[in-house]
Design a protein around this ligand. Structure first.
Ligand SMILES: Cc1cc2nc3c(=O)[nH]c(=O)nc-3n(C[C@H](O)[C@H](O)[C@H](O)COP(=O)(O)O)c2cc1C
Length: 182
């Protein structure tokens, strides 16, 4: 059984990228040999980063648990919106908190936007950040344009288009990365 963590990064009230995270959690849990867990940064509500976890004297229990889940995952899918051409602060807040937990970990990206460009600028930024950390960046990506029209609030596909086929391929590439680097 492969453990996949799906990290939902937007903590904005009325967020739409969370719909993609819900969709992916359901899709991955429907596959054989996958257990997908959705980690929601809005629910964690972590304080603003001021030091790396390994140097914190009294880390919060929820930070420790979060780090354990990242460490134990076979692969991580990061679902992120693009804000002003970049990543949301909530996401960088947890990237910098950890280090070894990300290293050598297969990480795939799903970027979302309300417009037509699907968060391709934040995609390149995240690839560059995780390359620096030494994560295993899955080349297959899932950029989603007009995310608010693509899914319902609870992550059901509204506008099917090519998304199901793209998700199938994305899933296969993630499994391929897990197996090759195991
Ligand atoms: C502060 C802010 C900046 C944004 N900047 C961009 C952007 O640079 N490019 C883009 O395509 N969409 C941008 N958007 C729109 C997001 O794509 C849209 O909110 C989308 O639903 C994903 O974010 P969410 O999960 O927080 O809703 C921005 C939204 C906010 C709140």
């Amino acid at each position: 059984m492969y453990q996949i963590v799906i990290l939902s990064s937007s903590i904005r009230k009325g967020r739409d990228s969370h719909r993609a995270a819900l969709y992916l959690a359901k899709f991955f849990n429907q596959q054989n040999e996958i257990k997908a867990e959705l980690l929601d940064l809005q629910a964690y509500n972590f304080p603003l980063f001021n030091e790396r976890l390994r140097f914190l004297e009294n880390p919060d229990q929820q930070v420790i648990e979060f780090a354990e889940k990242i460490k134990n995952a076979d692969a991580i899918i990061i679902v992120t919106p693009e804000y002003n051409g970049g990543y949301p602060a909530s996401l960088k807040n947890v990237v910098d908190l950890l280090y070894d937990e990300w290293k050598n970990k297969p990480i795939a990206f799903c970027t979302c936007s309300s417009g037509n460009y699907a968060g391709t600028q934040v995609l390149v930024q995240m690839q560059s950040i995780f390359l620096k950390i030494g994560a295993l960046i899955v080349p297959s990506t899932l950029p989603i344009a007009q995310v608010q029209n693509t899914f319902s609030e609870n992550g059901e596909l509204v506008e099917t288009g090519l998304l199901e086929g793209r998700t199938q391929k994305y899933y296969k590439d993630i499994i391929n990365y897990i197996e090759r680097f195991n």
